[in-house]
Design a protein around this ligand. Sequence first.
Ligand SMILES: Nc1ncnc2c1ncn2[C@@H]1O[C@H](COP(=O)(O)OP(=O)(O)OP(=O)(O)O)[C@@H](O)[C@H]1O
Length: 347
Amino acid sequence: MTHHNEMHTRGPVIRTVGLTRHYTRNKQTIEAVRGLDLEIAPGELVAFLGPNGAGKSTTLRMLTTLIAPTAGTAEVAGFDVIRDRAAVRRSIGYVGQGNAAGHQYRGRDELISQARAHGLSRGDARARSEELLEAFDLTEHADRPVSQLSGGQRRRLDVAIGLVQEPAILFLDEPSTGLDPQNRVNLQEQVRRLNAELGTTIVLTTHYLEEADALAGRVIVIDHGRVIADDTAAALKSALGDLVSLDFGSAGDAMAGAAGADRIPGAHVTVDGSNVSVRAPFGRDAAPGLVADLAAAGTPVTRMEVVGPTLDDVFLNLTGRSLRESDDTTDTSDAVDAAGEHEGEAA
Ligand SMILES: Nc1ncnc2c1ncn2[C@@H]1O[C@H](COP(=O)(O)OP(=O)(O)OP(=O)(O)O)[C@@H](O)[C@H]1O
């Protein structure tokens, strides 16, 4: 299969320079996105990871031409999001947080007609639609009008509609929100397949660490409208390193343990009573030697635990806040204005 949209560039498919978006609310300026410089190459699978309100959706909405930047520029598929809006739109697929499917149509018809509208042959459109209905547990609901589907079923149909179009570049805004774990797995599989088999460039937003971790080749961590980290999940995590927790028989032994741990390259050591925590790249590899040395010195470790870093640890290290916590807190403060410009979000 080939793409139906030719791009007129060979460089990055997405490039932003100083991309900025402000909102004005109650005479106050909200700097939702603050000077984003990004380059995304063809075929990349990128996750924007960040808490609620970080600016992920706003970024996606600018890249998909739904809202205009306040400042800066963005090119998608080689086209400027302001000057060549129509060309950008022809090159992309987008699944927003709202609903895409028309109410009166049956799910299957909606899928097939979207596939046809994006250039698939009648046969391919049918086959691909059935495949996606199956993948998202929608087969038995496919003949019901969309208006009669539950929130979760509609969400799955929306994601399926985004995937059926087979665009060169696909934007998914929190595609897994509202999906149960099994459907999340199905979604990830479908996204991975589009990326691998068709070379589709995929940019998705998520606040699920596990999803960014499992799915994306590249994780762009966004907080307060800025990029605070941009790398593979593996690189982000290994730069932070493992957490080694050591218990000792006494606080005195722990002090000796901390002194030993300090010699591990890149170690960040904290002591709490008779416990020593060591955060260090390759901490897992250094731990056995440290334990042996301490035993030989007469200050033995009584219990050791090694925990690999998570993306949440990465976020915590960069911001001083947990991604999960900041999620909750921002959520409440934002709730007041939730009715803003957003498309009606599925409950
Ligand atoms: N239409 C709007 N009017 C005013 N402020 C807005 C509007 N849309 C978003 N904002 C504000 O801009 C900031 C960034 O919001 P945005 O939706 O881009 O974040 P997000 O990272 O996508 O979070 P979420 O996961 O909740 O969608 C937030 O402070 C939000 O309240």
